[in-house]
Each structure stands twice: as C-alpha cells, then as structure tokens.
Design a protein around this ligand. Structure first.
Ligand SMILES: *Cc1c(COP(=O)(O)O)cnc(C)c1O
Length: 670
C-alpha cells in the first residue's frame, strides 16, 4: 500500500510513502522533527521572489549517524547497520580473535571522503544560517565500496549493500525525470532527504537521483550503483550526465525557482550544458551569470578529461559543439576538459584555500583574475565530541553561543590563563581518548601513551607511509622518550594502483614491527568512514597530515581534530598554511619554491621523514611531560597548543565559509 500526502496544498509537493513511513511522518512531525521547517523551506524554493541556490555534488557525507539522527519507529534494517571492521595490527594474534563492532546506523553511504563531507557540512551550515539552498546529488545504491585489508594486494574491494527505502528520513518521491543515454531514455526517480539546522527551525532539501528502477533495462539500473565507478570513460560520462541533466530536470520537476547553480568539481559540468542546449549564443553568454564553479583539487587525476569520440555516444552533435567551444583541452583537441569548461561557463570560480587559490592561478593563468579563494571548513555541531560540547557549554559565558555562530570559538583564547579551564580541557580530551582505548582494548591500547593518527584517502601525494620510512628510528624514539601508539585508516580508490600499493606497504611495515609491539603499537582500521572519522579526529593526541605540498587543496580532517583540541603535526599545505603562525602543533617538511608547483610524483619521502622524526621527538617529549606531571601539564605549553587549536576552529568552519560563499558567490539576501 502506498499513499500520497500533500504538505502544502497549493503546490504539488508530495511525498510518496511506503507503508513503512506512516509511523514516522505525521501531520506535524517528520521523524519527530518539526514539519513546519520543511514546508517553509519548500515554499521559499518554490517562490520566484526568493533568490535560491542549487548546490551540485557527486557525493554527500551527511554524518547521519552522528548528527541530527532520524530515528524510525520501525526497527533498523540490518543492511543499514555498520558492518564490523577488521583490524590489521602488529599484535596479529588479536586481529584473528577480535573485530571492531559499533552497531550504529551506517552513515548514508553516498560519499567517498572529504569532498562529500564538505558538501554535507555546507548543507548543514546553510540550514543553520537559514539560507534557501537545495542540494542535488545521486542516490548511490551500492555506495562507494567495502574494503578488506589483504597482505598480498593491500586491499580487496567488494560491493556494499544498503537499503535506501528503509533508511530513516530518506523518502522516495512519486516524481521521475529521464535522461537520454545514447538511444535510450533512462528514468530517474527523485528521492529527498531533509537536512535540519541545529535548532531544527530550517531545512535544506537534498534531492537524490536513482536509476535503479524496474522500468529501466538492467545496464541502466546500475548507473547510479557505485560512486566513482570508472572502469571506462563511458561510465564516467554517463554518471556526470545523470548528475548534470538529471539534476537540472529534477529541480524543474519539483517546481523550484533557482537563481544560482553551484557546480562542485567538473563532475557537475553538464548541468550548464542542459540549460544551454536550447539557447542562442547571446543567451548562453547571459546564462553564465547564474553558474558558479568550485575547484577542489590541484591534482591532475582530479580534472576530468573526456574523449570527444566517447562523448558522442552520450551527447548529440549540438551538445558536442557547445562542449568543444567552451571546453576543448589545451593540450589535446580531441579531449573535452571539464575543469576548463567550468572555468569558461561559470561567472564565478573559486578555489578552497588561500594556497590552493595561488596554485590554481598558476595552473590556469588565463583565469587568474576570476579565481577567488574561499577556505573550506567543517560543521562545528557535527564534529564536536560530546565531552567538548560539555566543555564549551560550561564556559559559554566566555565563549558565547557557539552553536549559533561557530566563529565564537575564537573566544576560547580568552581562557588561556584559566587553570580550571585547562584542567577541564585535559579531562575532556581524556574522556575522548578513553572511547578510543575502549574500542581498541583488545589491542592493549592505553590512555597514557602518546597516540598519533593518520586517516584519509590512500593516494600517493598524501604519503600514507611517511612516518614509517625508518622504523628503527621510531623504535629509538620510543626507547628514549616513551611508547607510541599509531592508528591508520583509509581506502584507496579501486583503480588507484599506487594508493593500493601504499596500503600494502603499510601492512608490510606493520608486520615488521611485530617484535617491537611493547614500544610501538600500530593499528589500522578497515573501512574508514564518518563514524571512525569523528572518533579518531577527537580522541588521539596528535593528528598527522603529511601531504606533499602543494597538492592538498585544503584538507578538512585536521579541522575536525583542532576543534577537539587535537594537536596538529603537518606539512605546510592546504588550510594549514593559513594557521601556520597560530602555534597549533608542529609544521615540518618540504615547501615548494614560491610560484612553483613541483612534481606530484617526486614524493620527497627521505628528506621529509627526517624532518618528521626531528619534530616528532619534540612533540613526544612535550606530551610525556604533560602526561606525567600535573604541574608541567599546566605550564609546558601542550595545553596552550590545544587551546590554540580550538580557537582556530573559530575560522575553519562551514558557518564562516557559507557566509563567505554567500557574499562572494551565492548572493542570497535571506
Ligand atoms: C574528514 C574526512 C575525510 C577528509 O580528510 P582529509 O584529511 O581532508 O583528506 C575523509 N574521510 C572521512 C571519513 C572523513 O571524516
């Protein structure tokens, strides 16, 4: 049985309800949250008098398991519960007997990493600020992938299963659009998920497209299967056409009046094409004013280039003409470069950190004048651990309302000389660390041992194995100063052979440290996800971030860590460049000559490892001093670094970032 209910009588906003959701959607509430906020947000998007923005992203990491969680009155479908993770450590006997289980709802698996989480955090801050925005993405029915460590290959990749129709808050609408792929019309169902503000007074609807429908032929049902499936170029083109064309058509089918189309990465480029196909050259010129583009990476592989011969299988002659006119690659006229296309057709173009802006200008000098920099952030209410929420609330008289305005966290600086605050901060951190030691108790992880983590996508420029270059040196350090606990996590894209090899190298190094387990414990967690992301960024003592400069556009995991008082240990790249004088930890390693990019494959492992160990020694000595003596702890500078970290969160957050986007790009007056 299915029924339709109408939230707003005057418009055709209908949700399709399977029998499962009747309990959860009532006259006034949506999974217990106020439905009024939904109606208000929908009305604004439907109104031609309110300026609104459609934000396009291939992936969304909404942190649905850790923030504003919708709880269904129905029992959770086991397919939507996080799978247990295996561990690969240098205490191998424990790996055989124990897994890590956190029987939480899985984060809606339509993201792969930083880009998606940024999109999710942006939605949440837009909601907090009450901005009329709608997100557009794809309902990946097979998520990204399941990872399994394997000493021979590094990682094994398998298909992920989840059940969208039973995912709390995710609603299939009775609305469809279609997109032509070659000769076939592929039907796409529209789903919605509502992203509530912290105070639940506003929402951002997220529109998700799904080709997994019985009326589609089998090959087409899989098009919205696996995120970033890139077995061949045709797949990549088709997935991008679904996002761009399907997205624009879905917005129209929903009746939304959109003033600005915000394309994230070249992935969303075809949204412009769909709007342009029926227009004259003059009109296309005018259309550019309503398009904005954000470039998220300086890495070569991040810039889509597609062969015209392949594009012809998916687009018609007229469409190809427009692509050629605005996007022909500079080095190869048989390719369309989606980054160039976006830079040409969007009136506004931005990079995601100051440094990334400089790098993008070097890479695309023709657009130098146009490229702005808006530094990334994280959504503070999502990434603040429970014990830090309590801490911030205890000192709210000094800090101010940090939920309402994340920039207030800057005020933590005023507590630098407050001994009680310093003690409370140390205790709050210890509580977080206890969550980690509890999770890893079978591996004898302790809360009084120096703990450092590296967790992010495994790909060469991020240099997963830098700290393990010279394990003898690490053993020496541990003997001299104190034991070390190291946690690693991260997936490599299934087609990233070098990234997969890095994981294999990591596992080999871990094995080689089996004899040193009393001095150094190394633990890797399978299937890094938002749940682990939040846990690790809040619970370790030091966050290691060692990309090869200048290839990290921004990076956001370190921002999650500073929010929770976790000291930074980083190369000078991405967001860290903007915090380099704030004394938030140690900065080390190679820095490219001003105005030069260097070479992405020249990883400088030897010299940077050397500089890493020198700095690590200082950090460890300082940590153990603070750990072992209450007096030293209050004055040796460790806690001061923790405080500086939190204060920097007053800037590195999506609340500040969304305000900048609004000022420079979106220009919505609420
Ligand atoms: C924050 C986060 C990332 C991004 O980390 P970077 O350091 O920016 O690469 C990736 N994956 C997960 C699960 C995260 O939480």
């Amino acid at each position: 049985m299915s029924q339709q209910i109408s939230i707003d009588e005057s418009k055709d906003f209908e949700i399709y309800e399977g029998e499962y959701s009747n309990l959860d959607i009532t006259e006034d509430t949506f999974y217990g949250f106020p439905k009024e906020s939904i109606i208000k947000a929908e009305q604004r998007l439907l109104s031609a008098n309110v300026r609104s923005v459609a934000y396009f992203s291939m992936e969304y990491g909404l942190a649905t398991s850790v923030y504003n969680k919708f709880i269904s009155k129905k029992e959770l479908n086991p397919d939507n519960i996080r799978a247990a993770s295996e561990v690969f450590s240098n205490i191998r006997a424990m790996d055989y007997y124990h897994m890590i289980r956190a029987k939480e709802i899985v984060d809606m698996p339509i993201y792969s990493g930083g880009l998606g989480i940024l999109a999710g955090d942006t939605m949440k801050s837009a909601a907090d600020l009450g901005l009329p925005l709608v997100g557009v993405g794809i309902l990946w029915s097979k998520g990204y992938f399941e990872q399994e460590y394997c000493a021979i290959e590094g990682q094994n990749v398998s298909e992920l299963h989840w059940e969208p129709k039973d995912y709390p808050g995710l609603i299939p609408l009775n609305k469809y659009v279609s997109v032509k792929i070659g000769e076939d019309d592929v039907s796409l169902r529209i789903w919605k998920y509502y992203i509530y503000s912290y105070d639940k007074s506003n929402v951002i609807p997220l529109v998700l497209l799904d080709s997994n429908l019985p009326e589609n032929p089998p090959w087409a049902r899989d098009l919205t299967g696996q995120l970033y499936k890139s077995d061949n170029e045709w797949w990549k083109i088709v997935q991008r056409k679904i996002l761009g064309y399907g997205g624009v058509r879905a917005l129209k089918a929903l009746g939304y009046s959109i003033d600005k189309f915000h394309l994230n990465e070249g992935h969303a480029a075809f949204a412009f094409l769909e709007k342009a196909i029926h227009l004259s050259a003059d009109e296309i010129e005018k259309l550019k004013a309503s398009f904005a583009y954000t470039c998220h990476t300086p890495v070569e592989a991040g810039h889509d280039r597609m062969a015209i011969s392949e594009l012809l299988k998916v687009f018609n002659e007229k469409e190809i003409e427009i692509l050629k006119e605005h996007g022909t690659d500079r080095d190869n006229s048989r390719l369309i470069n989606l980054t160039l296309f976006c830079m040409n057709v969007c009136s506004s173009v931005n990079a995601v950190a100051q440094k990334h802006g400089e790098v993008t200008k070097i890479q695309f000098p023709t657009y130098e004048e146009k490229i702005e920099s808006i530094t990334n952030g994280i959504h503070i209410p999502t990434w603040t651990s429970e014990s830090f929420k309590e801490l911030f609330n205890k000192y709210i008289d000094v800090i101010g309302d940090w939920h309402k305005d994340s920039r207030n966290l800057k005020n933590v600086e005023k507590l630098k000389d407050n001994i009680e605050f310093k003690q409370d901060l140390w205790e709050a951190h210890k509580k977080n660390k206890a969550r980690l030691t509890d999770l890893l108790r079978h591996w004898f992880v302790r809360d009084d041992v120096f703990t450092i983590a590296w967790a992010r996508r495994a790909t060469p420029y991020k240099r997963l194995n830098l700290i393990l270059q010279n394990t003898d040196r690490l053993i020496e350090l541990a003997k001299k100063i104190g034991p070390i606990q190291m946690i690693f996590a991260g997936k490599a894209h299934p087609n990233d052979k070098s990234g997969t090899k890095d994981i294999k190298q990591l596992l080999t190094s871990i094995d080689s440290l089996a004899g040193a387990k009393d001095l150094i414990k190394v633990i890797t967690l399978e299937n890094y996800d938002i749940y682990f992301g939040k846990l690790l960024t809040s619970s370790v003592d030091v966050w290691l971030n060692n990309p090869l400069p200048p290839f990290e556009a921004s990076g956001t995991s370190g921002m999650k860590a500073i929010l929770n008082g976790v000291v930074q240990f980083s190369t000078l790249d991405g967001w860290v460049v903007e915090a380099k004088d704030a004394n938030i930890g140690r900065i080390f390693g190679y820095v490219p000559e001003k105005g030069k990019l260097g070479v992405e494959t020249d990883l400088k492992l030897k010299e940077d490892a050397e500089s890493l160990y020198e700095n690590l020694e200082e950090l460890m000595a300082m940590y153990y001093e603070a750990e072992n003596s209450v007096e030293k702890r209050l004055e040796n500078g460790w806690i001061t670094m923790m405080i500086n970290c939190i204060a920097q969160s007053g800037f590195f957050n999506t609340n500040r970032m969304a305000l900048e986007y609004n000022k420079i790009v979106w220009k919505i007056d609420k």
